[in-house]
Design a protein around this ligand. Sequence first.
Ligand SMILES: O=C(O)CCC(=O)C(=O)O
Length: 271
Amino acid sequence: MNGPSLRPLAQRSRALSPDQLHAFWRNGYVVVDDILDSTTVDQLRDRYEAVCQEARTSGDFRNFAEQVSNEDEEREVMVINQVCERDLFFNGLLYDTRILDVVEDLMGPYIQLFHDFLLRKPAEHGGSVFWHQDNQAWQSMPPNNITCWIALDDADAENGALRYIAGSHRDTLGMPIDEDGRLENMDRIIAEGDQRVAPVRAGGAVFHHCLTIHGSTPNNSERMRRAHSIIFMQPGTRCGRKPPFNSRPATEGDGFDVSFGHPLLRGTAQR
Ligand SMILES: O=C(O)CCC(=O)C(=O)O
């Protein structure tokens, strides 16, 4: 009988091992060490600091640090959106085959940019990032977006690495959400969930699914924790919200035309 052949995972993937693929789908995230070489990381750090300096001067950035009490007022997580539109080096990184090969293993051969941003958690007063599902903010349909969080410094529990509720992208499927898109049982799911820190060395990356619950703790260490997040989508994805920053669909429910802000990175744009 001639049917589609099911090749072993190892033969179908470009970059990830079968164990890494299984870990991603089981836990909702996977750490990939040494995805970028040290020369690229050094160049990225230079451009990163230049972009941050420009944003600080112009005021064109957000502070994403969680504000729970007055003591948090001095805390900072500097966020700069759509860095790929501000700097050619970051724009080039979108097309890096080392990253796209992993994304292709996770979402298939049609890949478009959803958006990208920098997250700079300074030493000693870096803030925490609240527990969330990325798709709470985006309401993207289908909810298949995948984030590649690239570490520019070694990130660990001391300087506020990412932490995840392992398996929450599966466990929360179909659960009721409130009018903000937040899971109604979010607090209970987090309290009872399998919380895991995801340490990653500079030049490595964590890939996570847009339904995996995650956040990060403050940075009280003497080391910076700099990261760059690139979020990938499948062409044809719709945006359920009109988000508050540039280069997004004009209206709720719109698709994303291929554009400078949302380039097609692999494959063809299916309509
Ligand atoms: O860098 C952090 O602490 C949070 C990052 C995050 O939430 C994301 O990239 O989706």
